[in-house]
Write a protein that binds this ligand. Structure first.
Ligand code: PEP
Ligand code: CO
Length: 442
């Protein structure tokens, strides 16, 4: 990798970068982070890459989801547990319908930095720097809170460590038992018809497993069912650089802040972000929209995956329900024409944001509509729809309109740090809807 190092991005123009006032303090913070243990290990990252190769070969499906932005204030064991249970529920529904391994990737344990369209936010005639995620500044609207503070990277690191520790405990022990499948339902939603539907399915699967066991088939180990990977947007490069580590076996550099990292739609055109991501061994996502030029995308793929290997790059399509039919086929044809190895994921959230009386929201129906187009177009174009990327939470929030959340109910529990998320029942509904798509197109 000529001329690349974890710090080489610093030689390039950058977008969406914080404006730290005290550079000595920033430098000291980066040094501290660089001295800390990695969050993930090279071997785990390689395992995820192998799994993504399976997606490229149409044998597995990605379920990626989590908060738009994780929050320091709302950090709790119960919200991590509920999110994890919900992801397991969805993967049972999707795995049973598709017969494929569902690769579970959280937007979690590092998803603290946000790109913003506007540098400043105006309220009542006052203008302050926009909130850029808890890793950079605080959301309260006063000048002290909105200052960019390097120390926040340290807090984000510690919260990520604790989050990942709990996720590892759940996936290695606590929840990896098929007898528990019916109990993954979340308490507040227990009486909801979708939870009942889930419980029926889970009971059915548990009984089938018990039957298999009675026939002498060994199901002691749950294999890869509870395996869980983490991901976030590689936006704050000071943090990402500080968590790069050299693998002692291969000598290669991995960004050990996360298994999977993506470049957001706004930083696809940021030379520094492309420089950083091209050198790390992690699998990478690129968010693409109607604004992404197919020719520029080809150039990016040459840079990011020069050997054109499977499982290295995921294109996360976030065009919105109104644009996907126009722009997605052009991009797909270009990628096919040049034989580029990519996997295709749909992010049906980001092109479908609207405002409702000053609150950002999303219509559940628009989200489904984009997904419907994504799956139908993929089939027509002869590519494999390899997964979905969602903003979702196990908490009982009212942020997207649809299902039990009406326009009037939007204010009841609207607590997102940034974009609106699907709640648990909306996520289950989406999973059941998708299971029918799988059953109709095996
Ligand atoms: C996000 O995933 O929260 C995000 C900001 O997405 P995008 O870069 O696609 O706008
Ligand atoms: Co978002």
């Amino acid at each position: 990798m000529s001329n690349w190092s974890p710090a080489s991005w610093r030689r390039y123009p950058i977008k969406q970068s914080p404006n730290y006032k005290n550079t000595q303090y920033l430098y000291n913070t980066e040094e501290t982070l660089a001295s800390y243990p990695p969050l993930v290990f090279a071997k785990e990252v390689d395992l995820l890459k192998d799994k993504l190769k399976q997606v490229a070969q149409r044998k597995a499906f990605v379920l990626q989801g989590g908060d738009c932005a994780e929050s320091f204030a709302r950090f709790s064991a119960s919200s991590i547990r509920d999110f994890y249970k919900l992801i397991l529920q969805m993967s049972i529904i999707l795995g049973f319908a598709s017969g494929k391994e569902i690769i579970k990737i959280g937007r979690i344990a590092g998803q603290f930095a946000k790109p913003r369209s506007q540098e400043f936010e105006e309220r009542d005639g006052q203008s302050l720097p926009s909130f850029r995620g808890d890793m950079i500044n605080a959301s309260e609207f006063d000048s002290k809170s909105r200052e960019h503070d390097p120390q926040r990277m340290i807090q984000a690191y510690h919260q990520s460590v604790a989050t990942l520790n709990l996720l590892r405990a759940f996936s290695k022990g606590g929840m990896a038992d098929f007898h528990l499948f019916p109990q993954y339902n979340l308490e507040f939603a227990n009486t909801h018809p979708l939870s009942k539907r889930y419980k029926q399915l889970a009971n059915h699967i548990s009984r089938a497993f018990a039957f298999a066991q009675s026939c002498g088939i060994n199901l002691q180990s749950m294999g890869n069912f509870c395996e869980f990977f983490i991901s976030h947007e590689a936006l704050l490069l000071n943090y990402e650089e500080a968590l790069c580590r050299k693998d002692s076996l291969s000598g290669e550099i991995y960004d050990c802040s996360s298994h999977f990292l993506w470049i957001g739609e706004r930083t696809l055109s940021s030379p520094a972000h492309i420089e950083f991501i091209r050198g790390i061994q992690n699998p990478k996502g690129l968010k693409i929209s109607s604004r992404t030029s197919p020719d520029d995308l080809l150039k990016l793929l040459d840079i990011l995956n020069p050997q054109n290997l499977q499982g290295e790059v995921a294109l996360i399509v976030r065009m919105g329900k109104d644009n996907i039919q126009t722009y997605f086929p052009t991009i797909v044809e270009k990628i096919k024409q040049y034989g580029k190895e990519v996997i295709w994921l749909s992010d049906p959230m980001h092109g479908n944001t609207t405002t409702s009386q000053g609150l950002k929201t999303r219509q559940f129906e628009s989200i489904l509509e984009e997904l419907r187009h994504f799956f139908a177009l993929s089939l027509d174009l002869g590519i494999y729809a390899g997964g979905i990327h969602l903003e979702m939470t196990g908490e009982n929030v009212t942020e997207c309109i649809g299902g039990s959340v009406t326009q009037e109910a939007l204010y009841q529990n609207y607590i997102t740090q940034c974009d609106p998320r699907l709640n648990a029942t909306q996520s289950l509904e989406l999973a059941f809807w998708l299971s029918e798509v799988f059953q109709n197109n095996p």
